[in-house]
Design a binder for this molecule. Sequence first.
Ligand SMILES: C[S@@+](CC[C@H](N)C(=O)[O-])C[C@H]1O[C@@H](n2cnc3c(N)ncnc32)[C@H](O)[C@@H]1O
Ligand code: SF4
Ligand code: SF4
Length: 489
Amino acid sequence: MTLPATGLLTSDNQEPIVTQAKSGGCGCDSNTSATVERDERLLQRIAQHPCYSEDAHHHYARMHVAVAPACNIQCNYCNRKYDCANESRPGVVSELLTPEEAAHKALVIAGKIPQMTVLGIAGPGDPLANPEKTFRTFELIADKAPDIKLCLSTNGLMLTEYIDRIKQLNIDHVTITFNTIDPEIGAQIYSWVHYKRKRYRGVEGAKILLEKQMEGLQALKEADILCKVNSVMIPGINDQHLVEVNKYIRENGAFLHNIMPLISAPEHGTHFGLTGQRGPSPKELKDVQDNCAGNMKMMRHCRQCRADAVGLLGEDRSQEFTKDKFLEMTPEYDLEQRATVHEGIEKFKEEIKVAKEKAKASAVETLHATSLQNNPKILVAVATKGGGLVNQHFGHAKEFQIYEVDGNEARFVSHRKIDQYCQGGYSEEATFEGIMKAIADCKAVLVSKIGNCPQEKLQEAGIQTIEAYDVIEKVALEFYEQYVKELGK
Ligand SMILES: C[S@@+](CC[C@H](N)C(=O)[O-])C[C@H]1O[C@@H](n2cnc3c(N)ncnc32)[C@H](O)[C@@H]1O
Ligand code: SF4
Ligand code: SF4
């Protein structure tokens, strides 16, 4: 059965909505049950994928294996030669692996981090410009670890050539980077495209790439493979145009749109880094995401990971599994043990759902009881180590998750990286300034604990601190109740 890849997911940041099928006259509606079944199946396909499901990203981890060094195009924002072990950025990788090493690493990590459910190949180059290494890696892993979902991220140039192989290997999630649907704009983003042994530049190259990407998207739809589209937002080049890209991909079967900010610094040695092309501000990014969100589901929790990232999104454990370390480790992959861990996570997710619903009902009631005419929206910053909980000390956070809260819901909207406040007594003044900049538009910070000094400083800046160890949405909505009560006085 070929599923329509869109249509079920129209609400931003929601999991698939069970659509209301039109009821037939007899009251017994086979359409409804077919739709429910389809939605259920779709839910199952993404429920444990931290990138395709915002909800899953609190609980499940992914890993990338860096087996694909070569690329068949040159994007003006990419330089795979620059490496920094502490930096999390696409294309960055500390060491390349052979398929055998990658499979060994995957099995080691599947044992040590059983919540790791997805293995992706996302470079450092293009997986489909390195087909033998890519597919060999997938084959080895599919054979030994059948419960791990396979995923790949490509510029799309060679997608149609390998679609059968992708389908055969049961790769259920494919990402295409689609920065534009206009070759004139493409000419400003790609310096060359290498196709069928010839190098094309300018509009000619961008046109070939675009045609192949469009064909690739169609092929994924026909093969019933879930497709996420990445678009790098480049102010002054494609920022205004991304709504059109969004419309095109939505109409052509993409499941999810991930608009990511351009990362560009002179020291990265990219064309854009050297020409001073800036990336978007968080507000510019959110505005474009919001403009597209009416149309389709947007991904807002992407962390723009390294090509060898390991762990929950937002935590990078790649340095624990460098080649010298993981080659010494014996794989302890245990299918049953992993299934038990996943069952536990699913049960926990259910509990969180119940807590969220209760908090929501209470917030709606409180809002009604106030004299407020509107339903004000506020932002709160959350320190979390995962699990969908407020559970991290202010001083240990390396990022804050930002939730938009109103009287109906608390909704994840973005994450903001910060330098950790606790530096053992050094440069805390400087890091606090950075933190303030990152969360200046938030009304509260939700943390498991916070020291007196930063708490007072936040208060002076008009940001409240809430200490809690509980479900994020619950804490956020409880704060909201308190906030509207004050506002309504
Ligand atoms: C490193 S690429 C690997 C996969 C594949 N070659 C591709 O480009 O889709 C993974 C993602 O990172 C994005 N990316 C690479 N460099 C970037 C940068 N400097 N800023 C923002 N995104 C970047 C790419 O556009 C792509 O969506
Ligand atoms: S396609 Fe991917 S790997 Fe190739 S240059 Fe662009 S971002 Fe880099
Ligand atoms: S780069 Fe984004 S989509 Fe890819 S693994 Fe990281 S969070 Fe997921």
